[in-house]
Each structure stands twice: as C-alpha cells, then as structure tokens.
Design a protein around this ligand. Structure first.
Ligand code: PMP
Ligand code: GLN
Length: 368
C-alpha cells in the first residue's frame, strides 16, 4: 500500500509510521554516539546502559523489577523480539493462540517455528472492539503453549480493560501458558486511560515476555531498536534465538534510546496528547465522509466500516481509494485468518501532520 501511495501520489494513511522526527536530544545523542566511535558490534544482549534504562523505566512506571543482566534483551525492534520469543520458546507442533486481527508478523513467526496457530476474534462494541473472552476461554487448553496479546491493539486501536486483562491472566495461569505481550503502543493510550502491562497481574510475571520498542514511543520506527523483558528462564530462550537471527542490534541507537528513556518522558506525554487530538480529527472526518468509525482508545490507527458507503470488499476498496480519493488505507482482512469476516473494515493511520490529515479529510469527504 505504501508502494501504491508512492506510485499514485496519494496521501499514505496506510502503513503506520509518523511523518515527524523524535525528540532532538535523542537524535543528537545518536549522532554523538556515531562521532564518538560507537560503531562496532555492541554486546549481543544489548548495551548495558540501555538494558539498565529499560529496567529502570519499567520499575518507575509499573513497579516491575527486571534484572538488566538476565531479564532484559535488546532486539531489532518488536518484530525480532516476537520472532525470537516464538522461535526460542516453542517446539515444532506446539500450539499458539493469537487474537485476530493480529499484527502480521505473529503468524509468520509461528509458521517459521513450525508451530500451529489458533485464533480468537476481537468483537465489535458500540464504539470500538473488545476481546472475545468466551472464545479465548474455549481456545486456550492444556495443549496451548503460548498466547500472544497486543494492547493497545493494532489494527483496531482497542485498549484492553482491567476485566479483559484479568480474564487473560486467569486463563493463562490456569493452563500454564507463556504469554508474549506486545506493548509497542504502550504510551499511546487516550481518553485519560492508562496502560497496564499484563506482567503486573497475579501469576503473570513468571510467564510473560513483554516486548516493546523505541519506534512508536520516540517517532523513530526506522531505528528498529526494541527489547524483550521477562523472567530469566524464558529470556534465555529468547536470547538464544536472537543470537542467531541478528546477534546484536544497531550500536549508536542504543545509548541514544537509553538517554531518551531517562529524560524524554514529557516529550512522550506531548506525543500522546497530539495523537489523541489527531485521532479525534480523523474520526470526525471519516464519519463526515460516511464511514462508520470504530474509535479506538490507543495506537496510531482507526478502523472504519465501509458498508455505509455501499462497499463490502475492503481489499477492492483500498485498491480503488488512491485513484478515487487520493488516499491510501489498509484492508483489515490482511491481519486475519478469516478474511471474509473482516472484509468490511479498513484501517487508517492518523500519525501524520495536521495539514496532511486535513487534506486527506477534505479528499475523503469530497469523494463521498
Ligand atoms: N507489533 C505491532 C502491534 C506493531 O504495530 C508494530 C509496528 N508496526 C510492530 C510490532 C513492529 O515494531 P518494530 O518496528 O519495533 O519491530
Ligand atoms: N506497524 C506498522 C503498521 O502496522 C508498520 C509496520 C510495517 O509496515 N511492517 O502499519
């Protein structure tokens, strides 16, 4: 879809990446690191100062204590953290439960591990989406080895409630399941709500690998600097796989991200407020353009139902939209195992400059 946007000159509200840079001190710190010669392989598990900063950050915000030496691993983004967790902790044939729609790399990682996946759906609510807890209860059995959860959730924007998290935790503990918790949008939670890592729930710290990255927190998606945190026994498996996927991650980004985690929390709060305002703007514009909008409580994304516009096939709709309206969106069905059930939904990203969103809104309203 990004290639289609480039080809047609359409406004790209498809792929989720911001069109502005991260905090200046972060950019300066990476440039300073390069000039200071931080350009060779860092330690495989990550630069000690970044591992320490990640552990401090999670302790300060959530009261979770990780040993930076054995319980924190720096990865090439969340994508590698997830693949390393799946490849390092599962054997061929093991069963993994995913919540659908799911970020596309999960299913690919499960396939590369030779594991089997089952999916549990999100269900539409009045204004957003919620986890189908009854379906989760049915899908997770003593056969299940791993459950992958993602809150705030791409592509729906949903933020799991305390009740949803408690249900996931109860089910995971009952069936002794490893949970991989993708918290890449952990700071992008709106409407006065707060992010709760599932590792803070009773019985979860010892079974949860939490993954996140600097990309969405500091507007540096191209740096691919992420991390996995979890108990030492599980992290040993993730680390063993990561060693032979990439061995290590980009050297000069690591001290820069460590610096930003320690000093740029106010910048992150500003980013969140800005994105909340952009979410509201795009929600209203899409509603005016005739979509039925599912307004998520977090992330970069909104899902919109195309049926009120007389369309039903999201893939066809997204192929036509650049020509018809000069805007690119992503069909939600590409994030699922059941494309027919999700074909009426398309995803729009709002992590763009105000004037870009305003022009996209103008075009969508004009196209009807
Ligand atoms: N998980 C989710 C839910 C995402 O939306 C993304 C980014 N699009 C990723 C993982 C990948 O993150 P990274 O760029 O840090 O690999
Ligand atoms: N997370 C972003 C998205 O879902 C971008 C990641 C990607 O393009 N692979 O659009």
């Amino acid at each position: 879809m990004t290639a289609l946007a480039t080809e047609t000159g359409a406004i790209n509200l498809g792929q989720g990446f911001p069109d502005s840079d991260g905090p200046q001190s972060l950019l300066d710190a990476a440039c300073a690191a390069i000039r200071a010669g931080v350009n060779q392989y860092p330690p495989g598990p990550g630069a000690p100062e970044l591992r320490a900063a990640i552990a401090e950050d999670r302790a300060a915000r959530f009261g979770i204590r990780y040993d930076p030496d054995t319980e924190v691993l720096v990865t090439v983004g969340v994508t590698e953290a997830i693949s390393a967790a799946v490849l390092g902790l599962l054997d061929p044939g093991d069963e993994v439960v995913l919540v659908e729609p799911y970020y596309d790399s999960y299913a690919a990682a499960v396939a590369m591990a030779g594991a089997r996946r089952r999916t549990v759906p999100m269900i539409p609510t009045d204004d957003g989406f919620a986890l189908d807890v009854a379906a989760l209860r049915e899908a997770v059995t003593d056969e299940t080895r791993m459950l992958v959860v993602n809150t705030p959730h791409n592509p729906t924007g949903a933020v799991y409630s305390a009740a949803e998290l408690a249900a996931i935790a109860e089910i995971a503990v009952r069936h002794d399941v490893i949970v991989v918790s993708d918290e890449v949008y952990e700071h992008l939670v709106f409407d006065g709500r707060a992010h709760t890592p599932i590792a803070t729930l009773p019985g979860m710290a010892e079974r949860t690998v939490t993954v996140s990255s600097a990309g969405k927190t500091f507007n540096v998606t191209g740096w691919k600097t992420g991390w996995a945190c979890g108990p030492a026994d599980l992290l040993a498996g993730v680390r063993a796989a990561k060693q032979f996927m990439s061995f290590t991650a980009g050297a000069p980004f690591q001290p820069a991200v460590a610096h930003a985690l320690r000093t740029e929390q106010p910048w992150i709060a500003g980013l969140r407020d800005d994105l909340e305002r952009k979410r509201d703007f795009l929600r209203d514009a899409l509603t005016e353009a005739g979509f039925r909008v599912h307004s998520g409580g977090g992330t970069y994304f909104l899902c919109a139902d195309i049926r009120p516009l007389g369309a039903s096939d999201g893939i066809e709709f997204c192929r036509e939209l650049p020509k018809r309206a000069g805007v690119v969106a992503v069909p939600v069905s590409v994030f699922t195992d059941h494309p027919v059930d999700w074909s009426h939904l398309v995803r729009f990203a709002f992590c763009k400059h105000d004037d870009v969103l305003a022009e996209a809104a103008h075009r969508l309203v004009a196209a009807g």
